[in-house]
Write a protein that binds this ligand. Sequence first.
Ligand SMILES: Cc1cc2nc3c(=O)[nH]c(=O)nc-3n(C[C@H](O)[C@H](O)[C@H](O)COP(=O)(O)OP(=O)(O)OC[C@H]3O[C@@H](n4cnc5c(N)ncnc54)[C@H](O)[C@@H]3O)c2cc1C
Length: 552
Amino acid sequence: MSTPPRFATHAVENQPPPLAACDAYATDTALREALAREGGGWGESNAAAYGKLAGGELRECARLANAHRPQLRTHDRNGQRIDEVEFHPAYHRLMASAVEHGVTGFAWRHAERPGAHVVRAALMYLHYQADQGSACPLTMTYACVPALRHAPELAKTWLPRIVAPHYDGRHAPAWDKPGNTIGMGMTEKQGGSDVRANTTKATAIGDGLYELVGHKWFFSAPMSDAFLVTAQTEAGTTCFLLPRFAPDGSRNALRLQRLKDKLGDWSNASSEVEFAGALAWRVGAEGRGIATILEMVGLTRQDCLLGSAALMRQALVLALHHARHRRVFGDLLIRQPLMRAVLADLALESEAATALAFRVVRAVDAGARDPREAAFARVATAIGKYWVCKRAPGFVNEAQECLGGAGYVEESELPRLYRQAPVNSIWEGSGNIQCLDVLRALQREPECAQALLDELALARGALPALDAAVAALAAVLDHPAAIAPERARWLVERLALCLQAGLLFRAGHAALAAAFCAGRLQGAGGWTYGVLPAEAPIDALLERAWREGAPG
Ligand SMILES: Cc1cc2nc3c(=O)[nH]c(=O)nc-3n(C[C@H](O)[C@H](O)[C@H](O)COP(=O)(O)OP(=O)(O)OC[C@H]3O[C@@H](n4cnc5c(N)ncnc54)[C@H](O)[C@@H]3O)c2cc1C
């Protein structure tokens, strides 16, 4: 029906169309190059298949799953406790797609093949662009595997379901499902970073079972089939596998108190929980709980890095799309020199974040076979998590501004990305904790400093600014005991920037690496985006960034 004349106040013009469904893999040159460069090229068909879903149908699922936030149902109509979380069907669709395509299990199902974690990283990177909240249970399910192996008997029965390409969101015992998801509970009210401060008590009751009494202050994805949690035994902090249903099939004694009212991360439920004699199996030796669960945390930190790189990518795509369709002062935004400078600077930051993330994943992947890579992964995961997660909020805000007022409005998708941006920096060890962890690794494990220096040496002689920055770092790394904690952020930031510059150069992008050095290492840039030096390859950066939708 046409608009009645009395309502026809104006013609709607110059409004960019919504970002159409696109192939998030095929249109991402930096991702395709990273996958091949870091040893995951053999899994390209997997990434390509998921790219179409992530850039298409899953974006609408994410909109719905975030608009209809999870609801806690503590009791049924008769007043019986049920402690269930209810999700919109779109959330289950997101979870099922991810699990079936390998976001949780691919790396473990193909563990014999070098590069399996890199392929899986591409799947996670694609998923994260569509929906961020569901990435939380997905990453915990992926990451629990090394820790759970500390309980070989449990691993024998649980791991096949954890790595299976099947999702089953029913509230039912784990052993009645073809696939399981896993959560993690460490943080308590009196202390999160310091897990030793846990007060939850675990008492052995025989048959390898323990009874847990206490609480967790943050407990994400509480509808998971089981959780790796920490609690105190006589020997100290210990790791446990706590199932939603007790071994006899009754509901386990975990009480969901409430869901956190979070800034963002809305498709994901994060709860507060009490354990009222909940039954759990021990994982690893009593008193070794922190070391055991850190094997899981190493991988969730890797995914924080990957997730923030993906978040930047999605924000960049939205900004480029808008700029290619919006006219201002007589021409498209994408043709306005100052906007081109901003977009190119964002593209450069996104490239560098993606390059560092995938290099870290390759080290994680190769670590089991190569001690040098293991040492690099040990320290570079924390470096990358600190720096890329810290860069994300400012990046997303700048991308938002490229859309003007529309970027502040929910329908543009950017407010959701903006709300999500800070969380990767906070959870799984906040910024200071990452920097202190880097310091600890450098001071206690000399092979970590050596692995960093070896890596940085691979780009030696390429860029004078990088050489100078690396020389200054090498002098510091020579005397790790002398590095004061208050210098840790400075050190980690410089290490991250040097690693990123070297990676861009070694990836065959000398001009991008030179611009990165000039803007980020030499001080020729500034504090915001859009301040690259005049000779920066603006056209090349924009050409690489995203082709789809480009005006002719
Ligand atoms: C949305 C969300 C979901 C979460 N889900 C889970 C979950 O599922 N399971 C779980 O276990 N936890 C979860 N967490 C908790 C999260 O991991 C912790 O909040 C985080 O590790 C920080 O712990 P804290 O809040 O106790 O802060 P604190 O430990 O009190 O730290 C506060 C600040 O002090 C800094 N700091 C700490 N020690 C030092 C030091 N020695 N020197 C200098 N600075 C220091 C920290 O970096 C931080 O910035 C979640 C958090 C959020 C926001």
